[in-house]
Structures are given as C-alpha cells and as structure tokens.
Design a protein around this ligand. Sequence first.
Ligand SMILES: [Zn+2]
Ligand SMILES: [Zn+2]
Length: 790
Amino acid sequence: MESSSAATVSAGPGPGPAPADLLRRLRARGAADPVTHVERVPARAGVPAPWPSWAPAELRAAFTRRGVVAPWQHQAEAANLAYEGQHVVVATGTASGKSLAYQLPALATVLADPRATVLYLAPTKALAADQLRAVAALELEGVRPACYDGDTPRTEREWIRRHSRFVLTNPDMLHHGILPGHAQWSGFLRRLAYVVIDECHTYRGVFGSHVAHVLRRLRRQCARFGATPVFVLASATSGDPATAAGRLTGLPVTAVTEDASPRGGVTFALWEPPLLPPGSSASSPVPPQATGEHDELHQVRRSALRETADLLADTVAEGVRTLAFVRSRKGAEVVAANARRALDDAVPGLGDRVAAYRGGYLREERRELERALLHGDLLGLASTNALELGVDLIGLDAVLICGYPGTRASLWQQAGRAGRSGQEALAVLVARDDPLDTYLVHHPEAIFGAPVEATVLDPANPYVLAPQLACAAVEAPLTPADLVLFGEGAKEAVDELVAAGALRQRPTGWYWRHRERPEVDLRGEGGAPVAVVESSTGRLLGTVDGGSSHFLLHSGAVYLHQGVSYVVDQLDLADGCALVRAEEPDWSTHARDVTDLSVVSVRSYVDAGPVGMFLGEVDVTSQVVSYQRRRIATGEVIDTRPLDLPSRELRTVAVWFTLSPQSLALAGVQPADVPGALHAAEHAAIGLLPLMATCDRWDIGGLSTALHPDTEAPTVFVYDGHPGGAGFAERAYGTAAAWLRATRDAIAECGCETGCPSCVQSPKCGNGNNPLSKPDAIRVLDVVLANLPD
Ligand SMILES: [Zn+2]
Ligand SMILES: [Zn+2]
C-alpha cells in the first residue's frame, strides 16, 4: 500500500472518492486485473401512487404522521389486489417497503369492519416484534396488535385471543399452539380477513413443505368457521414468485414484481482473486476449517479472505467507510486482523480504525461499533451477515462481500448497506474458491439480470405429508374434501396412516386413534440431532444434525466449534451424543464414505438420443467407513484409519442423466477417463444447483459411475439430501439445460489447468476428490447439452 494514500483519511464521514476512481485504484494494485465485470446500477427515483380511495382518512393520516407521504406504485398495486380479494405476493427488493403493501388493506379492513382480524406470520420472533412496533406506532383505535409466540406470558394469552385483532406470530406457534387450540381461537379465526406471510422465501425445502401444510390446516379451520381469508405474501426478489407462493399456500397467487421505490446508485464490481504463481504455497492464514473455507484441496487461487482484507485496508486508507461481509465469524476476525496489520505497517495506529464483530459481543457493544462506523470514528468493520447488523447501518461508502452469500436476496441485502442518498457507492463481490462463485463473476447477467433462482418446496413429500395429515386429523376428522386441499399424495398418505393404525375410517371421515398428539417438528429432519458434550465438564457445546453426525463426530474426528478445536473421544449413537475434549492437534480429519444408490421408480424422463434425463425416487445407502488425518500446514496425509459405523438409508428424489458410451468415445473421452469425467461434472453440477434453486450445496448429494446397474449406462445422479426430497432435484430436472450449461461454463471459465475448488473439486467429496478430469467433464456436458432440448 502507498503510505501517501493514508494522508487522505478524513476524520468524519465526509464525501469519499467517487466509486469509479476508488475502484480504479483498487484494481491497479496487482499485476493482473482481478475485476471481471463492473455494473453501474443507476440511481432510481421512486414512482409514487395516490392513496387507494378505499383507505380511510384515519389510516392515511396515521401513515403520514409516520413519514409516509404516499405509497409507491408497487405498494398501491399489491394493496389494491389484496383489497379486491386476490391473493397476492409482493416480490421486490430489500427496503422497498413491502410492509405497507399488506398493512394498507389489512388495517383498512380492520378499521372498516369492527369485527375483522388479521394474522401475521414471520419466520423469526425478532421480525414479528419489529412489525408489532411498526403497527403499534400507527396508534389506530381498536386494532390492539399483539405478538403471540413462545415468549408471550400465559397470563396475556387469553386477552390476546379475545381482544387482539392483529396477531403476530410464527409458523411454529401456529402449528404447536394456535391450530391445536382452535376451539379457543374460534372467535379470532371466524373473523379472519387477512393472513400475511412475511419473508415467505425463507419457507423452502423440507421446512417450507411443512409450513405449506400448516397453512392448509389453517385454511381448513377457517373454512370450518366460515372464513376465507385473503393471503398477502412478501418475498425477496426471486424467479417465479407466484408459483412458489402458490405452492406454499395452495392458492392461486398474483405476483407484483415491479419495484417502484427509490434507491441510490451503486458501482458494483465482480472480483476474481488471481491464480497463484506456480509452485507457491496457498497456506491459509488460519486453519481452513475454522473459517468454513475449503481445506486440503488443491488451492491454486489467492484466498478470498486475503483479498478482502487487502481491499478493506486499501479502502480504509482512502478514508472510505467500508463494511466487509464474510461468511464465517472466524473469517471476519481474520479479515479485520489482516487489514489492521496492513494499515499499522503503513501508518502506526491507523489499524485502530478497523474492527470485527466478535462473537460474545453484547447488543449494546455492537450498536456502539455501528455508531462509530456511521460517524467515521471507525472506518472499516468486518461482519458475518446483514441480519446481525442494526437496521440503521446504511449509507456506507463501500461494501465488500467476501464470497457469494448463497442467494441473490442476501447479496442485495448486503450490497444495500452501501449508498447515501444522492451519492454513489461501491460494492465488490469477491469470489470464493467455489464453482458457483466462479460462474457468477463470469456471468454478471445471473446477478444483474432477471432472477432465475426460485424458492422451492415440495408439499407432496410423503415424509412431510403424512405427519401433517396426522396433525390435521387431531384437529378435526379428515374428509374426502380435505384430500383435495392437502393435494397430491394425500390419499396415499391417509391409506398408510390407516394401515399403520394411526387413523380409523368411519362414515364421517378419518379419525385420529391415539390419545397423544403426534410430535411433529417443522424444522427437524435427518433424524434426531446429536449433542456435542465436553466430557471433562459435561458442558453441551452444541448439536449436529443426525445426517452429518457420522461425518463430523466419528471417534477421532477433529471438530471445530466457534473456532475452538476439539477431538471426539466417542460417538454414542444410542444416546445421541458425542463426547469431546478440547485439543488442538496439528492435523485435520476427513471422513470417507461409500455410497450406493438404486433407482426405485422413474417419475418423468426426457429421451434425447444418446442422452437420457430422468427424475425419480431413489434409495441411497451410505456408510462412513474411514477417515484420513492430514497435516494442517502441508496437507500431507498422515494415515487412514478405519471406522465401524452403521450404514444409513435415505429414500429421496434424484435427477440423473445417462450418456451412451459411444457418444462419449465420439467426444474424445477415453474409457479410462470416463469415471473422472463424470465425477468432475457431478461435483460442479452440485455446486451450481443453488443458482437455480435456493439451497445449499450441503443440501444435495451426488453419485457418478461409468456403469450403473439400474441405468446400464454411464450416469450422474444428483439427489436431495432429505428424506422424501425437498424439491431441489425436481427444480434441477425442470431447468436441466440451463443448469448444466451454467455448470459447463463454470468449469470452462476457471483459469486453472487440472481442476481446483473453483471448478470441479468439492470440499465434501467422500472419495477425496479422486478421480477427477476437468477437460473430460466439459466434453461430457457438451454431449449432454448438444442433445438435450432447451
Ligand atoms: Zn479450476
Ligand atoms: Zn466426489
């Protein structure tokens, strides 16, 4: 860094350098230009609309007092649709004012009809509490808004049920408390006019599928009391929000997606850390596992953490107030520490103007850090994610995003912290060593163009449907009409519950036979969680979900918890706990598994000549059989030790493609290279699936083989890692051509020679990333894409 630039540090939040100039100086630092794309997202003036004529003067006045002069166009459009009785989803950007879109029709109705009630659902208690404050601040006569969740004192609950006309809760409380207690809620449900579902994109996968049925149970109870509420949903921008909202509610939903709120301009740069010079060491500044970064892979690129730390130091030296988002807490600390060191080297004491959000900080301490950054006492802050930050921390000069945060919604949420009114700001996405990040920095249209990533869920999952039908049957006997309400698979699930002795069929419907209610956890999956216990103290460190426990907590495993290293002495599967002791060995451990997959049935397929594309049910059997110990510093393998763990079975949904051996030979893939080609394509395809569906690559598994007994051909399988499937494989099948084209491009566009974590290596490979052939993976995908219809 040039020390001269430090002289420009300003004491307060004065205007920083123009983003374009700042970016020019940042990218001129190294030999190769790391910037793959610069997008100027222009400032946008808001488009206001008149207040709807049906909105009572009292309500308009209340909003005006809170500073809302007029609704934006999209708020008015959604509010009008909802008021007319249409189910509507507002899918617009962060801070675009989605709450006004549902508050307007809901509160207008509550004011006009002294009996009407509103139920508001948020994924978290904190968001519900925020909304309660917003509605209460309007000070409207007779609304009596109230939160009803696990924290609500028993003494207040009855009052809320009887008198509140705007109840704010979460799906868990609806499932465990309100629906089972529907008799006590009959007055409220009978008069229910609106159901508001905020942040509905968070209801995805297995959890989303459960929530979908909780909402059907709610609709059923309302119908019994003669109410047919209108559903208003708010979503982050996503691909096809109407379909996702329709699946969630089981109702036809109209989408409003045109964002008419104002925003500041931002210069958004995509940044790919350079390849390291051949022969140089890629040792990470901290044990890689501790940062959630990939470890023990063949790293050929400069790490995103180092790159972000340098950028943070450079922007701070320029006097620019900068917020850096890093995916892990340890990573945030490393970024802040490295930036401080670089700044202190340049100008002693300058490092003090950078801080990290450290674990264990109290809420007040965090707010103090935010205040210091807003006022310019602090110039750089490294943090894990936007949700922990206060809502007021906006208007920064620059935001650095270390690694794609998983969804477009989170990306824009983080970038949205930059930019003051009337002033341009800089946002930089620094790609991590990961195929999805590689793809994104080479395909800006995936970030700045129309969204393709959709929220997926699968209400027909039998592992969700059957327990939910059991809950419904306790609330009221199931009738044939209910089978229609609960949708595809409901009849089969009811038959199974009858066969299992849980339901009894009578002329008036299906009745729950037991005295106890079924225990159904909306967020639970993959078996009971395993408790991690420190043996010397008996202290519970945390839990690991059952599905990952064999991988992470086998005896001898080095397990990292909040940056502290533990060694597992014993994994007790019967008791569901792992006994660990604090120890910091100089090796890491890596479990190996053997996976078998058999096809149970084919739901749908595309016959494309030498290529076949399939969607269906599969049985996956996997067993963790051994683990390797490797030196942290060098990656050298110390030894491989056997493990004696039971195998586990998973019935789930998979997408798979087959290729004829002839087509592979024609494309120049030698028979000996077929396994490595398919394996490399499988890894990258799993890495790119989050582009099409909101999921994590850890939600998905894969298997590839040069000859599968069920398909009798070279095959790549990608399956949902959740019993019964969660909609991910289904989405992959539905967008197969686009998904595999992105996969192919990510591999081809990575500048490495023989494959690296940015393209075909996977941090969760059970085979130690062997064999892998990068060039042949491209050939395989070219054959698939040449034959598969778009
Ligand atoms: Zn690569
Ligand atoms: Zn693998």
